[in-house]
Design a protein around this ligand. Sequence first.
Ligand code: ARG
Length: 459
Amino acid sequence: MSTGEQAHSTTVGTIDEEILAFTAGKDLVLDHQLTEADCIGSAAHAVMLSKMPVTPPVLTKEEADSLCKELARIQQMAVMGEFEIRPEDQDVHLAVERTLTERLGDVGKKIHTGRSRNDQVALDLRLFAKERLLDLMSDTAELAESLTLFAEKYADIPMVGRTHMQPAMPSSVGLWSTAYAEAVLEDLQSLRHVYTLNDQCPLGAAAGYGVPLPIDRKLTSDLLGFSRPIHNVAHAIQSRGKLEYQILQALGQLMITLSRIAQDLMIFTLPEFGYFSIPKAFGTGSSIMPNKNNPDVLELIRSKAAQVVGQGTTVGMILHAAPGGYNRDLQDAKEPFLEGMATTRASVRILSRCIAGLKAHPDRLRAAFDGGVFATDAALALVAKGVPFRDAYHSVKDSLEDLENEDPDRAIGRKKHLGATAGISFGLYRDRIAASRGFIRQGREHFHAAVRRLFAGGK
Ligand code: ARG
């Protein structure tokens, strides 16, 4: 049993070895994903410190420059997988400070002036999320585009519309596919919303209560390309976890849409349906049954949706009882958050490829129509001649067999009103996709320009 004899010396004091391992937890591994962000944030902090109106200065311009140079080098090491986070570092923040101090001596020891790991990790997560949300939004726009293109290609191909999974009314492939394109675009709206929430800078909140130094929080926020600093310093720290929860909820929404598309595809590609087929190379075989070509990729999207929704719930549960101020519980929100982000992006990309390779089979789609599918249309045709709806309903119900020779192509051409089979505006989808891409492009350019300027020494 450890009683404290096996203590470990760290940058911030001596800690029992087992306690250190337990409290650092997976940070030693997960924090590698945050190294680049940590360096970008530290560079902005160093520049701000060098401009702080105090005599003597905390950092001279030259010292800030040397820190930025060293931070750029650490970033490079991280990209090559050569940056080390040691157990005694506890996390990426102290690993970076240790490395800066090893290389630059006292200048390295000054980097943590006026900040805490609490605002530092909150910042790292926001910088990380910003880049990843931009990537995810761009892949999501791509998926919406694949669905729209598929819809346009088969716009006029009839497809049985279902309720309770049972044949219901005439529909079309165009309607089926743009329904999901529209859902994906709405999920993209949710991503834009959380992107905007995320686009605020927590730096300078320090432990959550600010510092008695004339730091310039607006400057660091601008240097990092954020829209603004988070105003209240306590909120800057407490919004950690809450933000990840909100992002995961938006991811969960998107994953639920993906899962439902996957579910439809699994049904409609069954040999019994044969409406659609995905490329053979997207299926996987069986080790015993030579005949198999299974839609594992779609099944996994379904299970990943469950996981991402679960990861959101995990973060919500970690958070719900945490009092105000920083609590170490928040560290445990990191893993579900990082996992959820990675899983969602991988799923969106793979489904996009499935849709891009999807083929519809018009003969099978038309053959699936039976007379009953036309019943409601027939009743409404009687209504158009002046028959009260309920009477028309019963008259058709009593002679369903008369509908066997109805033409599905003509049926879908008759529904011309807004948003129906013959009233879909594909331009609307293209416009929304283009608007989202504009938003993503702007966000990316603004952010990347800020980071470039930061490391170019403000030139
Ligand atoms: N690794 C820690 C986390 O993710 C960094 C913040 C530590 N802060 C503290 N007060 N112990 O939360």
